[in-house]
Design a protein around this ligand. Sequence first.
Ligand SMILES: *Cc1c(COP(=O)(O)O)cnc(C)c1O
Length: 396
Amino acid sequence: MLPRIGSYRMRDYSARLLQRKKDGLYRHRRIIESPQSTEIVCDGKKLLSFCSNDYLGLANDVRIKHAFTRGIEHWGNGAGAAHLITGHTSAHHQLEEELAEWLGRESALLFSTGYMANSGIINALMGRGDIVIEDRLNHASLIDGGLNSGAQMVRFPHADTDAAEQKLLDHKGKHALLATDGVFSMDGDIAPLQKLANASRKHNALLLVDDAHGIGVLGNKGRGSLDREGLSQQDVPLLMGTLGKGFGVFGAFVAGPELLIETIIQDARSYLFTTAAPAAMAEANRAALRCVMEDQWRRDKLAVLISRFRSGAEQLGLNLMPSETPIQPVLVGEADKALSMSQALEEQGLLVTAIRPPTVPRNSSRLRVTLSANHEETDIDKLLDAFEQIQAGKTR
Ligand SMILES: *Cc1c(COP(=O)(O)O)cnc(C)c1O
């Protein structure tokens, strides 16, 4: 008989939660009581954080805060409706035009979140009888977007362009979309973008690059991983970027040819059936875009911090991954070991999240170290010292 919860009988959810705890996979939400920064107050404790995606350190930037506040004074709080009703203000529209111009693309379209963007892009452009081809380590939003589109969905081994091309050949004659992260969110490596672009062009497939972790961070003026690889709209028609990571605000966009953007406006369910983000947020994102373009020093500083961390970690014999980006995971393996290392770091005043299944494959649990332009070199040294302490503890 099913257990009783209140006056209902329903599935035994508590057994499932208990099993998660036993497997060391139970997730807790930490309560943060300070603005996002390298030093945060977490569950009442001040910690040096290496966990955020605020790579450029703009999440608490005063220029963007002022734009946000002025935006609220001018536009009020909520947009009040979806974009296709009365929610699309000139602030949203200007942000779209500025993003398109910055990226050298015909058009750009805002979404409320990156998750919704990926879902909407694939849903609008692909359907029954089509084929969606994805890297196995793609972000969950790309995977879910593919699965929910009605198209057949196939995956290829991580960064294996030959396998991706083989999938295109296997499904010759079908309308195909190839989708990849630009920078992989849990590994930090950059996709083989030129090769994927060549394969897509050769087989007339659409290519969608999700640059959530590259936009603002890589390339000239922060234009992202495509710019870094010298790839234009001709090479990669669909560029998706998020505004809650490098930009330090919230939101997302897709940029590309007018024809595709117009199609997405007409058909993307996660665009049509949702309230527009507040206009003030669009104003904040416009200010963030100016910061991203102008503050080259943030990217330069990140490069210094990344190389300092990598050389120190290599000296300690930590298991790094081949990443040139601010995502610098330390591979551990077992979920409970990653968790106990994360706890040991926290006892030393450092916050580094343990990433465990199902976010990453089994036995590849890791400490996901992320760096921000607001970190100082001394912060990196503190982190390295803490890792050294943990190692010393273990050999005893
Ligand atoms: C964070 C992330 C998203 C989702 O973006 P949100 O704006 O947070 O919804 C999509 N793709 C990748 C690769 C991401 O890392």
